[in-house]
Ligand binder design. Structure first.
Ligand SMILES: [Zn+2]
Length: 241
């Protein structure tokens, strides 16, 4: 039986790589300088490079089940907190200017919030706790799942603001947060718009998404008019540990 993966590796080296060789050489010589940290769900149908048109060196990416953000502190129990480490590295070392949290339609992780997770999947059970507050006390209809997926994105953005290095840069205007919900079947990203109080299709949006708050230094008045209580903890405080 032919080894399909091996064939793909050879095809990349022989046919695709030559087109990008100069670009990759430059990225090796000068190092990487991605401006965006992309936190996306692991789902195979979410293809960040297709959505954004990004090429080599543009996205610093971390993907996990559900596109979830763990707490910055209080969990340093000897575990291996890969997503938190990626956030710290992207912000402190790479000095990214944007963080995108991208969930999507038909997300298995969000559906799992309404189901029994097998006891054998003990890591998954704990991991999903990071989205638990997004679940609604209703039957998981398609509409409820859609809302859960979107609420989970905002919840993660709020948790990002608990990272002191994130919050301080957002407040100084050096970093922006973007909440995205990708609808697979439509090929459209819906971006979180705090002024609208929800997600709007990118085709009708004037921006590429906001955090669950407005810049309090420039738009405090508008912020006070938005009822975001249903999104969760918009008053997240930075951790001081
Ligand atoms: Zn997913």
């Amino acid at each position: 039986m032919p080894d399909e993966l091996l064939q793909r590796l050879r095809r990349f080296h022989d046919h695709a790589f030559p087109r990008y060789e100069a670009q990759f050489r430059e990225l090796v010589d000068d190092g990487q300088h991605p401006t965006t940290l992309f936190i996306g769900c692991s789902d195979s149908r979410l293809v960040p490079y297709l959505l954004t048109g990004a090429g080599p060196g543009e996205l610093f990416m971390v993907r996990n089940v559900g596109a979830l953000v763990p707490p910055c502190c209080g969990t340093l129990d000897g575990g291996h907190h890969g997503t938190a480490a990626a956030i710290e590295f992207a912000v402190l070392n790479l000095k990214v200017r944007r963080i995108v949290v991208c969930g999507h339609s038909h997300c298995g992780a969000m559906k799992a919030l309404y189901e029994d997770v097998p006891s054998e999947a003990k890591n998954l059970r704990v991991w999903l706790d990071l989205a638990r507050d997004a679940a609604l006390p209703v039957q998981p209809t398609p509409e409820a799942l859609r809302r859960t997926e979107q609420r989970a994105v905002v919840l993660q953005l709020e948790r990002l603001m608990e990272y002191p290095m994130v919050r301080s840069r957002v407040e100084r205007g050096e970093l922006t947060l973007h909440g995205w919900h990708y609808v697979i079947e439509d090929g459209e990203v819906h971006v979180f718009d705090v002024k609208a109080g929800g997600f709007v299709p990118a085709s009708r949006s004037s921006h590429s998404g906001t955090g669950p708050f407005l810049d309090t230094t420039t738009d405090a008045a508008a912020f006070s008019e938005v009822d975001t209580t249903h999104w969760g903890r918009v008053d997240a405080e930075p951790c001081t540990e």
